[in-house]
Design a protein around this ligand. Structure first.
Ligand code: CAA
Length: 395
């Protein structure tokens, strides 16, 4: 019997993937890892490193070269985000949001003019992008937002008012994909997506969030006071905003899964080295079965997370070639990898004992950084809802 099924993209890395992974690893270990603690302490946005990542094509990995990007695939994106997160999770948040929530949105839903004006500078790393869905009173229940956009009488501009919160790169972003209500009576079908130019009047950067982890990624509120957005800057069709937001979160969740794998791998590698070198009761602590059990569980969950994340990347690549949505694959990867990052960093602190609690080693930072992966771009609870609803055929 002959098998004629097209196997599609494979989990085996190509020469190009391996070269990219090695180049990003070398860059991240040389330029990012040595300054990660300093940026964590100051909470400052790493402007210079973001510029360098832009030069390497890391701010537009999957964007075609004609729009300023590196023209690579989703596997390449996963590998790059893992390597950056191993050096510093905050840097990987900036990269993930710019690539999969903002650039991908403009590529998929933007007009040619919008791509030329907004995507090219973002994908080339000249400008920084943000995605703004959440509000102080609407997080998981994203469709209940209170911000409003009203078309003016001339029909030329939407006048936007309201307050958004937890916006990654909010303090520095040049361009923001904003989701707000244009027809509140229609519920989620009354939400519209807008491309916001931060230089226009009525755009105000609000309170910067003091955070437990990923401190250098810079997160803030955004306030809109009679911001006049030209109708040309509506992304997609009016009323399509919620679907656009959800479509982009499918891609974004692969980025957060990759980030979680990177944090977990850094914590695992540190623990392995420490277990070999640290002695207690006359031998390296790696000789004790209680430490061995931790290492075995950490390694197994880490590899499972990596495979689920690559699997979600493959599913997205099939989707881009006309295949079905990859919502479940992305949610499973994000759910499992983020809970694994929390598990592994917790075990890593324990293996390191007092040193794990000390700011002299990066392990306590990994532990603080890992927590956000269970919260943003949909909490673990929301990922479980998404997976179960899709499995049951419910909505
Ligand atoms: N792709 C495309 N369309 C989708 C979709 C997807 N993945 N998921 C849902 N939709 C569509 C549905 O088909 C439905 O379409 P119709 O208009 O035809 O009915 C519509 O969206 C509404 O879907 P639901 O009825 O399932 O919507 P819901 O109100 O029950 O909400 C939810 C579903 C899964 C809970 C969703 O609200 C959700 O994901 N919440 C979490 C939000 C989130 O992740 N926020 C993070 C923001 S970003 C961030 O963290 C900050 C940052 O800077 C990184």
């Amino acid at each position: 019997m002959m098998f004629t099924t097209n196997p599609g993209p494979s989990l085996e890395l190509t020469e190009e993937h391996m070269m990219l992974r090695d180049a990003v690893r070398e860059f991240a270990q040389r330029e990012i890892a040595p300054v990660a603690a300093e940026f964590d302490e100051s909470g400052e946005f790493p402007v210079e490193n973001v510029r360098k990542m832009g030069e390497m094509g890391l701010m537009g990995i999957e964007i075609p070269e004609e729009y300023g990007g590196a023209g690579m695939d989703t596997i390449a994106y996963v590998l790059a985000v893992i390597e950056i997160a191993k050096a510093d999770a905050a840097h990987s948040t900036i990269v993930s949001v710019n690539n999969s929530l903002v650039n991908y949105g403009l590529l998929k839903f933007g007009t040619e003019a919008q791509k030329q004006e907004f995507l090219v500078p973002l994908a080339s790393g000249e400008k920084v992008g943000a995605y703004s869905l959440t509000e102080p009173m609407s997080g998981s229940d994203a469709a209940t937002m209170r911000s409003r956009a009203v078309l003016n009488e001339a029909g030329t501009h939407y006048i936007i008012n309201g307050r958004k919160s937890w916006v990654t790169s909010g303090p520095v972003a040049d361009t923001v994909l904003l989701f707000t209500m244009t027809a509140p009576e229609k519920g989620h079908r009354g939400i519209t997506a807008f491309i916001i130019d931060a230089d226009r009047p009525g755009f105000i950067r609000g309170k910067k969030e003091p955070k437990l982890g990923i401190r250098a990624s810079a997160t803030s509120e955004l306030v809109f006071e009679d911001y006049a957005c030209p109708v040309e800057n509506v992304l997609g069709q009016p009323g399509e905003g919620f679907k656009i937001a959800m479509t982009l979160l499918d891609a974004g969740r692969i980025g957060i899964a990759s980030q979680a794998v990177g944090i977990a791998e850094a914590a695992y590698q540190a623990s392995l080295a420490y277990a070999r070198q640290r002695e207690a009761f006359g031998r390296p602590i790696g000789g004790f079965q209680m430490i061995q059990q931790k290492l075995a569980d950490m390694k197994t969950r880490l590899e499972a997370s990596r495979l689920l994340t690559l699997n979600a990347a493959l599913a997205k690549m099939r989707y881009l070639n006309g295949g079905p949505r990859y919502t479940t694959e992305a949610s499973m990867a994000k759910l499992f990898a983020s809970e694994t990052a929390m598990f592994i960093t917790h075990q890593a602190v324990q293996i390191h004992g007092g040193m794990g609690y000390s700011k002299e080693m990066p392990v306590e930072r990994y532990f603080r950084d890992a927590k956000i992966t269970e919260i943003y771009e949909g909490t673990s609870e929301i990922q479980r809802v998404v997976i179960a609803r899709n499995e049951l055929g419910l909505r």
